[in-house]
Design a protein around this ligand. Structure first.
Ligand code: ASP
Length: 323
């Protein structure tokens, strides 16, 4: 055996040892939005299942602000050892078109770990908004032009994208009020400080079920089957032909995370997405757990690239950018 062989063998044994040990301390999943919101809810339920699969504690850290880009930037710069991961949504695909100076590259600064779920969105209003259905809402919006407050979770958030398309489709400009996530936005909507919001069903289902907000429509082409949401019409059927926003979540690690660690997290993710309790919780909130090829990191990366190409033109047309 040559010296080179010995070095290669030592390196193999060392990475094998690292893999055998991983994870030997708690793993942090960064959620780039406020606690208690729709992305956070997915992360916390997934964290329980992942923790069981990896036999390790999973901690959720909320790093909200700037439409999810602050949290994503934090993970892009973290040590690539598998102990700092990111759970993010469609914002991974919308932020490259919205930020002139994004502090990370969606394509080059992350390892893709697999996708988690697809989540529809809903259009909801403050409880004291006089409109009781979508047709009445449109009339109210027309009558209140220049005075409408639309809440969102910042430029690049799902609520921003959905609200942007809604304004474009109706040709009504609204004043957007950005929050660190739609959990605090929901608090203000419930309090009547803002008028309407587009948000994932993982945040709105409970509020709709409890009659706490006015619910106007779903953003998918087909009505939903979740009992609390089944009566909501689609925007497509209400005159906004082709309106279709369904968001998704995926998991990421900093670029350079060892392949063996990525494989281990991906295997744990696959186990978690078969967990009956996780599936039940997601279904009750209108989300659909991924079971297709997007569970594979390479397919996940391809899907995100396709989403960047899909949403780029609509974002450009809206002419909304941040530095
Ligand atoms: N629903 C938020 C968004 O607009 C994110 C969140 O608070 O989870 O993207």
């Amino acid at each position: 055996m040559t010296k080179h062989h010995l070095i290669a063998l030592a390196a193999m044994l060392a990475s094998g040892a690292a893999l055998a040990e991983y994870p030997d301390k708690p793993i942090t999943i960064v959620v780039p939005f406020a606690a208690g919101g729709p992305t956070d809810k997915v992360a916390r339920d997934l964290g329980v299942a992942l923790g069981a699969a990896l036999k390790q504690t999973v901690i959720i850290e909320n790093v909200g602000g700037a439409g999810g880009t602050l949290g994503a930037a934090k993970v892009a710069k973290a040590t690539p050892d598998g102990y700092t991961l990111l759970l993010h949504h469609i914002g991974m695909a919308t932020s490259p078109g919205l930020y002139r100076k994004l502090p990370f590259s969606v394509e080059n600064d992350f390892e893709y770990l697999g996708m988690v779920n697809d989540v529809p969105m809903t259009l909801v209003g403050r409880p004291n908004l006089p409109a009781n259905n979508y047709a009445e809402l449109v009339k109210w919006l027309e009558a209140n032009k220049g005075k409408i407050n639309l809440a969102n979770a910042g430029l690049g958030a799902a609520s921003h994208l959905c609200g942007l398309l809604f304004q474009q489709s109706l040709k009504i400009d609204m004043t957007t009020v950005p929050y660190k996530g739609t959990a605090p936005a929901m608090t203000d909507l419930l309090g009547g400080q803002v008028d309407i919001m587009c948000d994932q069903t993982t945040n709105t289902t409970t509020q709709i079920e409890g009659g706490k907000v006015k619910a106007y429509a779903v953003t998918t082409m087909k009505p939903l089957t979740t009992p609390a949401l089944a009566k909501l019409p689609t925007l497509d059927s209400q005159g906004l032909k082709g309106f279709n926003v369904s968001i998704w979540h995926g998991m990421y690690a900093p670029k350079g995370t060892p392949a063996a660690v990525i494989d281990k997290v991906n295997a744990a993710l696959r186990t978690s997405l078969k967990d009956a309790d996780f599936i039940k919780k997601q279904e009750a909130l209108g989300a659909v757990v991924v079971t297709d090829g997007r569970l594979a990191p390479a397919e996940h990366k391809k899907f995100v690239a396709a989403e960047i190409a899909k949403w780029g033109p609509a974002i450009k047309a809206a002419g909304q950018y941040a530095d």
